[in-house]
Design a protein around this ligand. Structure first.
Ligand code: AMP
Ligand code: GLY
Length: 430
């Protein structure tokens, strides 16, 4: 059987590695993949852009691909699943219509409101003067978001009126975000701790992945600018069974039924970004129509179930009995990013990993922005590697990960030194 993974980041390396495991899988193609996928057993990189939907579909037809799994949001929002389905090809992810849940923050806030699903208070605007008038009476901090896809750069937490006015003008003037900035959501600031709730769904049932939490801020102590994610761990002790029950009953199932009522059957990975307040009430911050990155790296490192089989069953609607099984150990991933990330950064730096790393069973180094250059590996993106360690608890997993980080040699990378600190603080023994 042949599989195709669309994308070339750390999440896609984890997906490709996991899909290559079953003995009945002969080849996993990764479009375009990275230096990590290039070196993985059975995995072959293909130089096709994740945005080139028709070329990807033609490749899948020619190679007789049994299952395509889409990593990033952009091709999903552009309709890759529709393009594949039109040719009778199996593609794991929501359709263009259902991916609007990530593609438009205005749609999602209105949808949550229509279906009584808990989220922060908000108002949306397309005109600068209406927005400026509204924020005059708002409390700060105040959150302002561009409507469309902005690679994690379209959310601003503003602390006073002057800053908020600047953000409103920047987004709605259309210069910085283009069409994605034609509307904005202005939203109350929610206090609490974030958790990523990720599941597989056929549009009716929900099969949860193990819980996970990521660290979105660039610097230690969750400070500094927002990034795509500087590290993540699984499980997240914050999500106990009571809270999970609430998340399913108040958020996930009403979302799936609301989407069905609106003619948008949702199949694929569904990622709810949740804020949990001090009373343990969950509220939706956002939905993503894909797996999280870097949540995928530690979560899939723990997954024992055959992911290819689980995706095929989900697409066939045969999900009722499906359960995902996870290693009881904790996994924790530390992202190594290029100096300057998430703002401007340089690429083309050599990245070396000591050979010893591949022999350690509790360590896995997933690549993200890397490419093979002759015999060497060079950086090609902002997030370059995600070093995942596994241990009996989060403290042990953290130790393994940071020892793994020491096996990486590159002069232009930085990383946070405190990934998992909230979960470590929750451990009972010192
Ligand atoms: P989003 O892409 O909407 O999840 O926003 C990116 C990040 O901004 C989230 O992961 C939060 O850390 C933060 N954020 C977004 N909305 C809010 C909010 N209403 N209150 C507090 N933080 C928020
Ligand atoms: N880790 C955040 C995301 O995947 O959007």
């Amino acid at each position: 059987m042949k599989i195709l993974i669309v994308g070339g980041g750390g999440r896609e390396h984890a997906l490709a590695w996991k899909c290559a495991e079953p003995p009945y899988v002969d080849k996993v193609f990764c479009a375009p993949g990275n230096a990590g996928t290039a070196r993985e057993d059975k995995v072959i990189n293909v130089a096709i852009s994740p945005e080139d939907l028709e070329r990807l579909a033609s490749f899948a037809e020619e190679e007789n691909i049994a299952l395509t799994i889409v990593g990033p949001e952009a091709p999903l929002v552009s309709g890759i699943v529709n393009a594949f389905n039109a040719r009778g090809l199996k593609c794991f992810g929501p359709t263009k219509e259902a991916s609007v849940l990530e593609g438009s923050k205005v749609f999602t806030k209105d949808f949550l409101h229509r279906h009584g699903i808990p989220t922060g208070k908000y108002k949306s605007f397309s005109d600068i003067s209406g927005a400026l008038n509204y924020i005059k009476d708002c409390e700060f901090p105040l959150v302002i978001k561009a409507d469309g896809l902005a690679s994690g750069k379209g959310v601003f937490i503003t602390s006073d009126l002057v800053e908020a006015e600047g953000v409103v003008r920047t987004i709605l003037s259309g210069n910085k975000f283009g069409e994605a900035g034609s509307q904005i959501v202005i939203e109350e600031f929610l206090d609490g701790e974030e958790v990523s709730y990720i599941c597989m769904t056929d549009g009716y049932h929900c099969v949860p992945f193990a819980s996970s939490q990521d660290h979105k801020a660039r610097d230690d102590g969750d400070s500094g600018p927002n990034t795509g994610g500087m590290g993540a761990y699984s499980p997240a002790p914050l999500l106990d069974s009571d809270l999970e029950h609430r998340v399913l009953e108040e958020i996930i199932y009403p979302t799936l039924s609301g989407l069905r009522e609106e003619g948008k059957l949702y199949k694929g990975f569904l990622y709810a970004g949740l804020m949990i307040n001090s009373k343990k009430q969950p509220k939706v911050l956002e939905f993503n129509c894909r797996f999280g990155d870097p949540e995928a790296q530690p979560t899939l490192f723990r997954l024992k179930t055959d992911l290819v089989d689980a995706c095929l069953k989900t697409l066939e609607g045969d999900i009722g009995e499906l359960q995902l099984e996870f290693d009881s150990k904790t996994a924790l991933g530390v992202v190594l990013a290029a100096n300057g990330y998430p703002e401007s950064y340089q690429t083309g730096w050599s990245v070396k990993v000591a050979e010893k790393a591949s022999g350690l069973k509790d360590l896995k180094i997933f690549h993200a922005g890397t490419a093979v250059s002759g015999d060497a590996v060079v950086s090609t993106g902002g997030r370059v590697l995600c070093v995942v360690g596994r241990g009996d608890n989060v403290r042990e997993a953290q130790k393994v990960s940071y020892k793994g980080v020491d096996l990486v040699e590159s002069s232009n990378l930085f990383y946070r030194t405190d990934i998992g600190y909230r979960a470590i603080a929750r451990l009972k023994s010192p």
